[in-house]
Design a protein around this ligand. Structure first.
Ligand code: EPU
Length: 353
């Protein structure tokens, strides 16, 4: 464990926002955390911190933060068909995806090249290209930050929904996730049907590999798409999608389609766009891409002062050296514009602190 006081958090959030923590603990073991809690070390609110890839610090100063550096993984159970793997929460998510795909274990490949830790992936219930974290999730363990007790949470306890879990809501900053267990398949069912106005996973796969395709080839194709479509978080201040894709009813969708005829949309709980005749009946709530709405209003490749949006994706904010407050104000302008023009309230996907 390493302790820093009045620590600069600029390099601990991918938006590269300058903020400070009164106490920053870089944590390597579960045991140490239990000891710290029991000794009363954390006096105030404590922020569990993964790679900070979905965070916007608007406050300049926060209390305590615990940077998750707990590493390791173990296979809990293996059968002919499945592998149950328990992974420490500080492990890098993409490294886990590569480890799984190289072993031909399926369930994570479409979620390749997402920044962040395994703990962050569970808390934020990440998803991409038609695959969801929650679909392979078995359970997690987490330490109660008040009592120091280790508890197990099954899938139903986590209340996963679109980019949400109980740890982002009711239990926000109440627990520190220590391990996540995933059930992966040894008999892969490929899904490369994802396509948008600019990209097709199936086409990209054909570019990067030759049939018969492996799970690892899919991860490589997803990586190539993401590297093109999103800015590199190692060199540019970014947090990926800034807002969630909004839900709309059929009537509202009709209006939107009048304004943007080629707008893609999809059933609320799916992540893939379907042809209109597969969309089902009128009761559907539909999700539309916030990026497309923002592009329509001129928010793609826009820059105001120290903040802007990416040249290839309007939902992705870039920090060119601004403060958290400047980024927040820029994002509120985007929200107000969407509200004014389309009557839609965009919800933040990033966590604002
Ligand atoms: N689009 C535009 N202009 C833009 C951006 C997007 O027209 O500036 C259109 C695209 O052509 C497409 C649609 O909007 O028709 C959707 O775009 P895209 O395929 O890029 O996906 P998204 O809905 O913007 C979501 C997730 C991403 C995830 C991708 C792929 C959310 C908020 N974002 O993005 O997740 O990688 O799907 O599955 O749900 C993240 O959460 O940080 C993230 C990057």
């Amino acid at each position: 464990m390493k302790l820093q006081e009045n620590a600069d958090l600029t390099s601990y959030n991918t938006l590269r926002v300058p903020a400070r923590a009164a106490k920053l603990v870089r944590l390597r073991s579960e045991k140490k955390l239990k000891e710290l809690i029991k000794s009363g070390f954390f006096e105030s609110d404590t922020l569990p911190l993964g790679d900070g890839s979905n965070l916007l610090f608007v406050k300049k100063n926060i209390g305590s933060a615990i940077k998750n550096e707990i590493l390791g993984s173990e296979i809990v159970k293996e059968t002919k068909e499945t592998v149950l793997i328990k992974v420490s929460s500080g492990q890098n998510w993409h490294e886990l995806v590569l480890f799984a795909t190289k072993n031909n274990w399926s369930g994570l490949e479409n979620m390749a090249y997402i920044p962040g830790t395994v703990g962050g992936a569970a808390v934020g219930n990440i998803a991409a290209y038609g695959q969801n974290q929650e679909d392979v999730f078995e359970s997690l363990t987490a330490i109660d930050l008040k009592t120091g007790k280790l508890e197990k949470f099954l899938k139903s306890d986590c209340r996963f929904s679109y980019r949400e879990s109980i740890f982002k809501r009711e239990l926000k900053d109440k627990y520190f996730v220590t391990t996540v267990t995933y059930l992966l398949s040894k008999t892969p069912q490929y899904d490369v049907s994802y396509h948008s106005r600019y990209e097709s996973l199936a086409d990209e796969l054909a570019k990067v590999a030759t049939p018969p395709y492996s799970i690892h080839d899919i991860a490589r194709a997803v990586t190539a798409l993401r590297q093109y479509k999103l800015p590199d978080w190692n060199t540019v201040g970014t947090a990926g999608s800034f807002f969630k894709n909004p839900l709309v009813g059929k009537r509202q969708l009709k209006k939107l389609l009048n304004a943007i005829p080629e707008l893609q949309y999809y059933p609320a709980e799916k992540l893939s766009y379907l042809p209109p005749d597969e969309m089902g009946n009128d009761s559907f709530q539909l999700k539309v891409p916030a990026g497309r709405l923002l592009e329509e209003l001129g928010w793609k490749d826009k820059k105001i002062g120290n903040v802007g949006t990416f040249e290839r994706h309007a939902l992705v904010i870039i920090n060119y050296g601004g403060t958290g407050r400047e980024i927040y104000e820029f994002s509120e302008m985007m929200r107000e514009d969407v509200k004014k023009n389309f009557g839609i309230d965009l919800e933040y996907e990033v966590r604002i602190i």
